[in-house]
Structure formats: C-alpha cells, structure tokens
Design a protein around this ligand. Sequence first.
Ligand code: NAP
Length: 336
Amino acid sequence: MAATVATRMLIIGAGPAGYTAAVYGARAALAPTLIQGLQPGGQLTITTEVENWPGDSSVLGPDLMARMEAQARHLGVELIDDLATRVDLSQRPFRVERDSGPPMTADALIIATGAQARWLGLESETRLRAGGVSACATCDGFFYRGRTVAVVGGGNSAVEEALFLTNFATRVHLIHRRDTLRADATNQARLFANPKINVHWNRTVAEVLGEGAPPAVTGVRLASTVGEAEMVLPVDGLFVAIGHDPATALFRGQLAMDADGYLRTAPDSTATSVAGVFAAGDVKDRQFRQAVTAAGMGCMAALEAERWLAGHGAAAGEGQAAGEGEAQPALAVAAQ
Ligand code: NAP
C-alpha cells in the first residue's frame, strides 16, 4: 500500500479561492499543499478579458490565473497536478485519496473546487458535443469565423459569450426563455447595441439538429414558452451558457449542502459543518460568484484554518472523530 502523505493545510481546487488560500497559508508558515485538479485556474481559464479584477484595467483570464499560480509557487506552496477522488471527513486528520498519487491526510482542509458548466440535458446536445455544441465560446469561438451561431441563456455569461462570438461569427442568435435578461445593465447595453446579435425572447431549445459523419450542427429547433409555434433556426454552432453546478460530489453525505449542492457555511465564515474543514469560492457561493469574492473567501478560509489549527495541534487531533470538542463556529446542521 502506498505511504500516506501528511499535510498540515490541504487545499483542493486551483481557482482564485484556492490560490489565495494557498498564498495566505504559505505566509502563515503552514506549508500548504494544493491539489490542482485537471483544469488549474478554474473558470477564468475559459474567459477572455477581465475588467473588474482590482488593479488591472484589463487582464486576460488565463494570464491572471497563471500569475496566481506563479505567486503560490514562489511562496513555496506545493502544487500537485492530480484529482482528489475520495475524501473521508469522519476522522482527523482528514483523509483524501487521489487519482494517481498516494493518499494524503490533512489537519485542516480547504475546499475550493468551484463550479462547472450546466448543460440543457437534451440527447441531441450530448450527441453533438463534438460537432458544434459547446459551453465555452472562448475555447471554440474561433472555429465559427464567417458563420452563424446561437447562444442559450440570459445571464452575464450568455451575453458575454454572444458579444465575444461577434468577433468571429457574422450572426449571433441569443435564445432566452423569458422576456428579460438576468445580465447586468452594462452587458445588456452592449448586447442591444451590437447589430450582429438577434435576441429570441421566450424561447427554449427543444432539439439541436445535426447531420453528416461525424454529425455537425445545422440548426436548433426552438419551442415557445408563451404558446407560439415552434421554429427552426439554421445555425452552425450552439453555445450553452445557462449557469453552473458546484463541484461537491466528493463531499455528499459528509458536509451540509443546500438543495443545489452548494456547501453551506456558518454566517460570516467559511466554516463548514465539519470542524477543521473550510469552503471558499463558487463551491459555496451562489450569489456573487466573482473572482474577487472567491479570492476574498480563500483569504478568509486560510485565516480561519490558521486560527483553528492553532487551537488544534496535529497531535491533539490525531485519531479524533471530527467534530469532537470543538471551538470552531462550525455549522450546526447535518450533512445531506
Ligand atoms: P446565471 O446568472 O445563473 O444565468 C443563467 C441563465 O441561464 C439565466 O438567464 C437562466 O434563465 C438561463 N437558464 C438556466 N437554466 C436554463 C435552461 N435549462 N434552459 C434555458 N435557460 C436556462 O449564470 P451565468 O450567466 O453563468 O452567471 C453566473 C454568475 O457569474 C452570475 O452571478 C453572473 O453575474 C456572474 N458573471 C459575471 C460576469 C461579469 O461580471 N463580467 C461574467 C459572467 C458571469 P432565467 O433568467 O430565466 O433564470
């Protein structure tokens, strides 16, 4: 059996929350280890320009994340390119199994696993994912130079993807299930001012149409949410931008979550329902979901973990059932 690697502070997730927690943990001399997963940098690696990160008028998302990683590395954070596959939070130290490396233990654990793109759930959408259905305009928009595409959704992501796609496509259709957008006023103004974009209100995608071998998208069949007739829109690509799901499957049954799977934390705190386990960023935040708020929560988590570790030496916690004799303002709710 592979030897277990013991850590004082273990962080899972390499977005703004995880890297910030790592930076604060390193500066507190806690020698943090960060399991980066398969997509280091998180959601910001699939965006283009970020104009609301403090101190940068405009910065490319992937560049910002590369800088965060470099800062963590510079401070001595151990960065591990691997996936956490199983966690056991019932005993301290906590135990984390990995896809390819030996298992690890952690005296304090910070969860910063973020959230992932949501899909419509249509059979045709799944079948055509390799043939013109995408959840990332930044990654795939380039392929639609001179073509026609559709974007589904009415939030900031959908509007920004539609605007971004106008750099390549000659026509962009935005399909939204209601008659008002959720996106902020600035994005809406940009959208409505762009002559390449048509908005289709009160419409949902009933089917993605595709043919050929391998099949490629040729159009979308749109249903109406207000009783109008179905229509077919000829498009070469479909971008789904309807929100995200928190990456919390690993913690189901062990940590308290809300009905949508977001981790629950104590008020004004990153403390989860298990003492010594903290959560930061989109994995626990359905409201703000910004890089800067995620980074702020990463800072909070590291400071709270540091404080918690100061009161619970590794030796004192050894073999103890998690939650016994706690001073942490742990969330007093059962895991779902
Ligand atoms: P979101 O704000 O949750 O919007 C999701 C959109 O998809 C909504 O318009 C929703 O419709 C629609 N939708 C959901 N499920 C659907 C389905 N099954 N079929 C059709 N439409 C569906 O998600 P987001 O746009 O990804 O943004 C997430 C968060 O990040 C937000 O807080 C957003 O403000 C933030 N964000 C900010 C920026 C920025 O500041 N630059 C950029 C991107 C994202 P309804 O409106 O009818 O619910």
